[in-house]
Design a protein around this ligand. Structure first.
Ligand code: OSB
Ligand code: MG
Length: 370
């Protein structure tokens, strides 16, 4: 497919409520919508970099720069056959997985639309609906957290992930476990601890948590191994796993028992599938993480989570968990059994709401041939 035109749209969308983690608080969520045009079709992708470098070093600003100055020149006017071909063309651009993943997603969408195949079909997904849970940010107090979680349980979510940070960890988790003795519960620290300070988390081991996600630094797989030895509760790695090689190292070091897969963090869906395959071959359960996606990235996450190795509920909540108005016409709804249906239409299976795009657009840049 000759990539004839390339558009970048910087969006800023209000969240229904602020989302707070150990690295910061998001009120308006930014992202970059990527549109590729070829042979009368367009493909969409979402670059999940946020305004601030809290989760990743990438931001909407760095991604805009890398897309405009390096990725667009590498593929505009070129005959790009598929995701593998795209990866080879951007191989020399070091790092910046979130920027690359957004374009790869748009390419998958384009291929799917051209071939009349859904993303699920192309990736090798097997399920028609996937089990989901909700990720709950740090609230004003443990009591407020219990109340917020109660609201999500009433909506039908059957798995809760609570964000923790030093000073708001064991107390919050104990309050949740006391209020809801039977629910599937897990916590996510987003790298807020060191091996030393993480000793304060040992009481979490008594709470029957599904897992403790990314307690330590992104670049510290070995200390996760040391910490895992102190816990019965499985540790799960998120930020630490940027490549299949990292996943292999983590498995060989017994640094975790579970891996959270995000296509953005690992540079695209093809790498996400490769990590899924590796974990499956090694008997490690995986689940699909989230980055507060719009309907575009949400559709992609649902397709990815339909692969057979995704045996734990994903951070893929319904559209209304984050957005009163989304940029896709499709809104993803929670089924009564805490699942969401995987889109079936070709590609991502979504259509854009142009009026919403105009509402949320901060800037736009188009690149044409000639
Ligand atoms: O660590 O999983 C994370 C959101 C932004 C950045 C990092 C993370 C998260 C979430 C929210 O936990 C997941 C979602 O509901 O999209
Ligand atoms: Mg996480």
């Amino acid at each position: 497919m000759i990539i004839e035109r390339f558009a970048l749209t910087h969006l800023s969308m209000p969240l229904v409520a602020p989302f707070e983690t150990s690295f910061g608080r998001t009120v308006e969520r930014e992202c970059i919508l990527i549109t590729l045009f070829s042979e009368g079709l367009s493909g969409y992708g979402e670059c999940v970099a946020d305004r601030e470098p809290g989760y990743s070093y990438e931001t909407t600003g760095t991604a805009w720069h890398v897309l405009k100055d390096f990725i667009v020149p590498a593929i505009l006017g070129q005959d790009v056959s598929d995701a593998g071909d795209f990866r080879r063309r951007v191989e020399k651009i070091r790092g910046h997985p979130l920027a690359k993943a957004g374009v790869e997603m748009a390419l998958w969408d384009l291929c799917g639309r051209r071939e009349g195949r859904s993303m699920r079909e192309m990736l090798g997904g097997e399920r028609e609906r996937v089990e989901v849970g909700v990720s709950v940010g740090i609230q004003a107090s443990p009591e407020a957290l219990v109340q917020t979680v109660g609201g999500y349980l009433d909506q039908g979510y059957r798995r809760i992930k609570a964000k923790i940070k030093p000073g708001r960890d064991v107390g919050d988790a104990v309050a949740l476990r006391k209020a809801f003795p039977e629910i599937k519960l897990q916590v996510d620290a987003n790298s807020a601890y060191s091996l030393e300070t993480a000793q304060s988390l040992l009481p979490l081991d008594e709470l029957s948590l599904l897992m403790i996600e990314q307690p330590l630094d992104e670049d510290d797989i070995w200390d996760h191994h040391k910490l895992q030895e102190q816990f019965h509760t499985p540790l799960c790695l998120d930020e630490s796993i940027l490549t299949p090689r990292h996943a292999r190292a983590a498995i060989e070091m017994s640094a975790c028992k579970i891996i959270n897969i995000k296509a953005g963090r690992v540079g695209g869906l093809s790498q996400a599938v490769a990590i899924h395959d590796l974990c499956r071959a090694n008997g490690l359960p995986v689940w699909c993480g989230g980055m507060l996606e719009t309907g575009v990235g949400r559709a992609s996450n649902l397709a990815l989570a339909s692969l057979p190795g995704f045996t734990l509920p994903g951070d893929i909540s319904a559209s209304d968990r984050y957005y009163a108005r989304d940029i896709t016409r499709e809104r993803f709804k929670l089924n009564p059994d805490s699942t969401i249906d995987v889109p079936r239409a070709p590609g991502l299976g979504i259509t854009l709401d142009e009026e919403a795009l105009r509402l949320f657009r901060k800037s736009e840049l188009e690149f044409n041939l000639r």
